[in-house]
Ligand binder design. Structure first.
Ligand SMILES: *Cc1c(COP(=O)(O)O)cnc(C)c1O
Length: 379
């Protein structure tokens, strides 16, 4: 089965009771048993729920894995991965990281005795210099948020395999439409399904996909033991979202290109970060690893003009000033004060998140309306 068909049918079956084509929302916490332990595969909805199972099977299908796991948020999914580790273990992580992931690593898991090395990762050989006998996990986010750096997943997988380290990839920005990390050698794929997988800005959810039975069992144990699961209604909504992932992503990519090119030629704009430009430092890897370049575009104003940046985000009308990304509607964000406010200013600026940086999640509206909106806002 090819990708577009998988988004609709991958690992799905019609409802056994009445043949419902869409999976019923099993809004139940528990299940009748004929004799103690005698149930039809479900005993309690933290451990499993049929609507969630349908979604988890879809996650596995679209990422070319064998097992999918759904969580109450993207961060809950990352939290579950980190619970594979023990005090004294070390993690090598992308430095230009989603702010909430950085906060989870440094404010929660450092306190539990886990050591993190935040590394640029554009050059995979640099990763190797941080490997010690305690290194257990490499955490990669690509494209990075919000600087749109592209990291070579295959090269990271070679380092991970050589030293028997787990490789996890946050695939939120790219989605499996653009890249499939398990095929490139990763062990774990993670998603904030809140973003493109859900696609309609109406659910908060996380996902993990693996292709190894032992790893799947360990993560399922953590999912059930820690309990950060999602409900059946949200499972239904994300499953519905995934069915149009391929056509939404195609339009996000088309509109992203138009917006990136418009900004690049604007006299009041300094730098535009979008991996589709031939002069993007990692364009070659992006071209090799991704099917297209996505709908996320970041830019700074001429002379790092903070006042102008704030004026732009306030004046936008079709783009909504809001946290998050990946929905059908276009959003604009100001990372320094919003998504990345939890990262100290010094650290932030080291990775390029200056005060005039604006991040756009380009939606699937008509491109003419998006360009007209940017035009009136930038002036
Ligand atoms: C949003 C996001 C997360 C966190 O996911 P939540 O669903 O908000 O918990 C992690 N990584 C990336 C890249 C994100 O954009």
């Amino acid at each position: 089965m090819k990708f577009n068909t998988k988004t609709i049918h991958g690992n799905q079956e019609h409802d056994k009771a009445y043949g419902a084509v869409m999976p019923p929302i099993y809004q139940t916490s528990t299940y009748a048993q004929s004799t103690p332990g005698g149930h039809k595969g479900y005993g309690y909805s933290r451990s499993g729920n049929p609507t969630r199972t349908a979604l988890e099977n879809s996650f596995a299908s679209i990422e070319n894995g064998t097992h999918g796991l759904a969580f109450g948020s993207g961060l809950a999914a990352i939290d579950a991965v980190m619970k594979l580790l023990k005090p004294g273990d070390e993690v090598i992580s992308t430095s230009d990281l989603y702010g909430g992931t950085y906060r989870l690593f440094t404010k929660i898991f450092e306190g539990f005795g886990i050591k993190f090395h935040f590394v640029g990762m554009e050059n995979a050989s640099e990763i190797e210099s941080y490997v010690t006998k305690n290194t257990k996990l490499i955490w990669v986010e690509t494209p990075t948020n919000p600087m749109m750096t592209i990291i070579d997943i295959k090269a990271c997988a070679e380092v991970a395999k050589k030293h028997r380290i787990l490789l996890a990839v946050d695939n939120t920005f790219a989605t499996p439409y653009l890249q499939q990390p398990l095929d490139l050698g990763a062990d774990i794929v993670m998603h904030s399904a809140t973003k493109y997988l859900g696609g309609h800005s109406d659910v908060v959810m996380g996902a993990l996909v693996v292709k190894d039975k032992d790893l799947a069992e360990k993560l399922y144990f953590i999912q059930n033991a820690s309990g950060a699961i999602c409900g059946p209604q949200d499972s239904f909504l994300v499953l519905r979202g995934i069915k149009t992932l391929h056509i939404r992503m195609q339009r996000h990519c088309e509109n992203g290109k138009v917006v990136a090119e418009y900004l690049k030629n604007h006299p009041k704009i300094e730098k535009v970060y979008w991996p589709g430009f031939e002069d993007h430092p990692n364009h070659g890897i992006a071209k090799a690893q991704m099917k297209d370049f996505g709908g996320m575009v970041s830019f700074t104003t001429k002379g790092n003009d903070y006042e102008l940046a704030i004026k732009i985000v306030e004046k936008l009308k079709v783009f909504t000033l809001a946290e998050s990304l990946g929905g059908v509607e276009s959003l604009a964000g100001h990372p320094a004060s919003m998504t990345h406010a939890s990262i100290p200013k010094e650290e932030r600026e080291k990775i390029g998140v200056v005060d005039s940086l604006i991040r756009l999640s380009v939606g699937i509206e008509d491109e003419e309306d998006l360009i007209a909106d940017l035009k009136q806002a930038i002036g």
